[in-house]
Design a protein around this ligand. Structure first.
Ligand SMILES: [Zn+2]
Length: 292
């Protein structure tokens, strides 16, 4: 059933692009992890003028792969529609089957695109950070969200209006091409997730997931509980407990008080399934990001 949901997501991505809706924090799903995170603040009290200031945005441009690839003309067209905003972990950016209202370019935050099932179970289909954008399909006329978007790791995101991005893309074939190629990378991630779920062992999948999160977060210490990891991987918590214990005993990670410290990256790479490398190659090919 879970595999069917992921495959449905993949097909919908292929047909319509990924889509996302409004900036909000709160309830999503029934009995899910995020249903227990109602009330997380979305935005810290920072002056509007600062959020839109040129130093803020120029700094953000350097931190996001897509914004960083824009020429000065394209960035100047977008700039009036951009502002940098801090988001806390577990903030919900948009819900499935809701109209999209904003586009998000993460700089230090990491976002998960998640498929939610009727049972309340959830599985991550893709992870996007400073190497991408979420909600951009809205600027390509895919206004209805097909997945839940939730902040996996808190940090800053450059928020853009849909109309602003759409207007800029219509004036720039280069920007339009970049957005389409990025949607392909998200689609490729979702495809890989479906194959991974169906074919690879939980331990290899957890290694892959931790490496991807580490790459995007830029840190070896990740604030994830075992409950959260179980939901993202679509497995039972007991499975994650067993696998985390195995990895810790082998010296690959250290797990304590809801935080995972990665202690041996090379060993973790050796233990990860092929999907980790496959996704990196897709990004390198489609967006020019060097595969490490
Ligand atoms: Zn895999």
């Amino acid at each position: 059933m879970v595999c069917r949901a992921i495959l449905k997501y993949v097909l919908e991505c292929c047909l319509s692009g990924t889509g996302h809706s409004e900036i909000k924090a709160g309830y999503v799903g029934c009995g899910s992890y995020y249903a227990r995170t109602i009330g997380y603040p979305v935005r810290q009290p920072i002056a509007e003028s600062s959020l839109r200031s040129r130093p803020f945005l120029e700094s953000a441009k350097m931190k996001n792969l897509l914004l960083g690839q824009l020429g000065q003309d394209d960035f100047s067209r977008l700039e009036p529609y951009l502002k940098t905003m801090p988001f806390t972990q577990h903030s919900v950016l948009f819900e499935a089957e809701r109209e999209i209202e904003h586009v998000y370019f993460p700089t230090t935050a990491v976002v998960s695109l998640v498929v939610t099932l009727e049972s309340g179970d959830m599985v991550e289909a893709a992870m996007v950070g400073s190497d991408g954008v979420v909600g951009a399909s809205a600027a390509l006329d895919g206004r209805i969200s097909l997945s839940l978007g939730v902040v996996q790791l808190g940090g800053d995101i450059v928020v853009c209006s849909i109309e602003g991005l759409k207007s800029a893309a219509l004036q720039s074939p280069k920007l339009l091409s970049l957005l389409i190629r990025h949607e392909q990378t998200v689609y490729a991630q979702a495809q890989q997730s479906a194959a991974c779920f169906a074919s690879h062992h939980v331990q290899a999948r957890l290694c892959r997931w931790l490496l991807r999160a580490r790459d995007l977060a830029g840190t070896d210490t990740l604030p994830f509980t075992q409950d959260y990891l179980a939901e993202m991987l679509g497995v039972r918590r007991t499975s994650v407990t067993v696998v985390a214990h195995t990895l810790q005993s082998a010296g690959l990670i250290k797990y304590a008080r809801g935080k995972i410290q990665i202690r041996d990256v090379e060993a973790l790479q050796d233990g990860a399934c092929e999907c980790y490398g496959s996704v990196k190659r897709h990004y390198a090919r489609l967006l020019g990001k060097p595969a490490k």
